[in-house]
Design a protein around this ligand. Structure first.
Ligand SMILES: Nc1ncnc2c1ncn2[C@@H]1O[C@H](COP(=O)(O)OP(=O)(O)O)[C@@H](O)[C@H]1O
Ligand SMILES: [Mg+2]
Length: 294
């Protein structure tokens, strides 16, 4: 008789908003309906240790569904020989927006015009007129400034003038961040595409009437759309380039109505997509995982 598979679903131990727990529970249910048991486990230092020069990670699963972005624990699980969804490499490139753009650009994927801020280590580091005018030479107002790490739109700013530029740069000074052209033809709109196993499975338009950010957490509302073939081909190319088993890609639309990649989420929430499309994303992802390890 075939041995029963057992999986782990990892969620962040501190950040436990409703949707993370809900996502884990939905995935657990999807696995169960395919006859696969899983544990939902909080990550953290108890599981990630190097001792006697060996990785001591106490997970003992046939696979791990990793609903976090902690690249250290991700590597330790993989070093134990456990198949991780998504892989450490994919999580790593997606969790850092600057790294995502640099990687995609190398492969000729359209991304917004973007400038990376120099790292600053000290609280009293000062920006100069040269910094401000260098930025203004490349970007007109309004422009976007976003931290390299962040989600739900919480670390993305729209900057309307020099005064706001100075204040946002001051606020973000000791963090990694980037400056970007604002693609504002359709204000507060983006396209969220979910790709599983290299194939597009759903697409919604997200629109926020009260904010330039279309994130559902900030009031963006989804609407089911048919994806045209340019958007579809680009989404699948991006997922394959970054080696993603599962992802939610945020796509902006430029002035020529062409797709531009805004962000690739290795850990995208699917609640809104499931709600407006009726597609059971959890089940499709669980099936993909089980087929991949068999
Ligand atoms: N360059 C841009 N031009 C226009 N809108 C943008 C731009 N970058 C981000 N946005 C808007 O802000 C939202 C959040 O940005 P994103 O880069 O996806 O970060 P997060 O990880 O916080 O979702 C996007 O879904 C989009 O609506
Ligand atoms: Mg996003």
């Amino acid at each position: 008789m075939e041995r029963k598979l057992k999986g782990g679903i990892i969620i962040n131990r501190f950040l436990r908003p409703k949707e993370s727990v809900l996502q884990a529970e939905k995935m657990q249910k999807a696995f169960l309906s395919l006859g696969v048991d899983t544990d939902v486990v909080s990550d953290g230092y108890l599981h990630a240790l190097i001792t006697d020069n060996k990785t001591a990670c106490d997970f003992n699963y046939d696979f791990v569904l990793y609903l976090d972005k902690d690249k250290y624990l991700a590597q330790m699980i993989e070093n134990r020989g456990i198949r991780l969804f998504n892989s450490y490499k994919s999580i790593d490139v997606c969790s850092d927006k600057a790294q995502t753009y640099i990687t995609l650009c190398k492969h000729g994927v359209p991304v917004p015009k973007t400038m990376f801020a120099p790292l600053s280590y000290m609280k009293d580091d000062k920006y100069t007129e040269e910094d401000y005018s260098g930025i203004e030479k490349n970007f007109s107002y309004p422009m976007i400034i976003k931290e390299c790490y962040g989600s739900k739109g919480l670390t993305v700013h729209l900057v309307n003038n020099r005064c706001e530029l100075e204040s946002v740069l001051e606020e973000l000074k000791n963090k990694p961040f980037l400056l970007q052209e604002y693609l504002g033809r359709y204000k507060g709109v983006d396209i969220r595409v979910i790709v599983i196993g290299g194939k597009v499975v759903s697409a919604i338009k997200r629109q926020n009437k009260n904010d330039f950010r279309s994130n559902v957490a900030l009031g963006g509302v989804g609407e089911k759309i048919e994806l045209n073939k340019d958007f579809k081909a680009l989404s699948e190319r991006v997922a394959n380039l970054l080696g993603l088993d599962y992802c939610g890609i945020d796509i902006l639309i430029d002035e020529f109505n062409k797709p531009v990649i805004c962000e690739v989420n290795s850990n995208a929430f699917f609640e809104e997509t499931e709600k407006v499309t009726g597609i059971n994303i959890a089940s499709l992802y669980a099936k993909h995982i089980i087929n991949s390890i068999k």
